[in-house]
Design a protein around this ligand. Structure first.
Ligand code: IPE
Ligand code: IPE
Ligand code: MG
Length: 239
């Protein structure tokens, strides 16, 4: 029986390549990516994962062609309208993480409504990182503390970060074959187990998620200690 991570974070990469291989526009890949996310959220809930944090649009993704950027903004608005009632029915609490200033009034209002509508849910927390960058998060936390006159240290920064409402991710998955963080969760992933999949995000199905969870269960998380200091090892030795 696999040990299920409390918090899974995912860089949902590979939508563009999925579409290009099928001679489709890149935005078609992003639409398929929403389908994959819907299935992933459902499966995480079934498996008992309590927090899922996904990277949907990075601070750097503004540098993409304007039609792709506007396609992604439209898709967010459509996905909100379509998905939120079902997420709510499934007990999912939504949080949007990232800089909201650059977003249109319509998108911003949609994010706020979705958060308010699902605020009482407890089965699974879904953090959608949109217009998010790990460097932005560290900088905004430091700026906020400085403005309040609060001393800056690890504890105060941690509490001022955009993901302060959840524990750090246990497992960080990146699909699409690239092995980098691309400015995702720079602070919070300090001790996450990393898992890279060659599958493109639209193809990352329930079986692929289960494989990632099984791989995670076999890892030994030492947090700087030695193997011998860990409780599981100590009890194995005693047996
Ligand atoms: C990830 O898929 C989704 C976003 C960045 C919005 P990509 O669009 O980066 O897909 P590839 O990497 O080009 O295949
Ligand atoms: C990271 O993917 C961002 C998201 C998945 C939203 P990118 O495709 O933008 O990352 P790079 O550019 O390959 O590093
Ligand atoms: Mg990519």
């Amino acid at each position: 029986m696999s040990q299920v991570p409390h918090h899974i974070a995912i860089v949902m990469d590979g939508n563009g390549r999925w579409a290009t291989r099928r001679f489709l526009p890149r935005v078609a890949g992003h639409k398929k990516g929403v389908d994959a996310l819907r299935a992933c959220v459902r499966h995480c809930g079934e498996r008992g994962v309590k927090v899922l944090t996904v990277f949907a649009f990075s601070s750097e993704n503004w540098n993409r062609p304007p039609e792709e950027v506007s396609g992604l903004m439209d898709l967010l608005a459509v996905a909100l309208a379509r998905e939120v009632p079902n997420l709510h029915a499934d007990g999912v609490r939504l949080h949007f993480i990232g800089e909201r200033m650059g977003l249109s009034d319509k998108v911003r209002a949609g994010l706020e409504q979705a958060e308010a509508a699902t605020a009482g849910n407890q089965r699974l927390q879904l953090n959608v990182c949109f217009n998010y960058g790990g460097r932005w998060d560290i900088a905004q936390a430091a700026a906020w503390l400085a403005a309040q006159g609060v001393p800056i240290n690890e504890g105060s920064l941690d509490r001022a970060m955009a993901l302060a409402h959840v524990a750090d991710p246990d497992l960080l998955i990146r699909t699409g074959g690239e092995e980098r963080l691309s400015n995702f969760l720079l602070w919070q992933a300090a001790y996450s187990e990393l898992y890279f999949s060659d599958k493109l995000w639209p193809e990352f199905d329930e079986a692929a998620l289960d494989a990632a969870i099984a791989d995670y269960s076999a890892r030994e998380r030492r947090f700087g200690k030695t193997s011998d200091q860990l409780p599981a090892r100590a009890s194995q030795r005693a047996a």
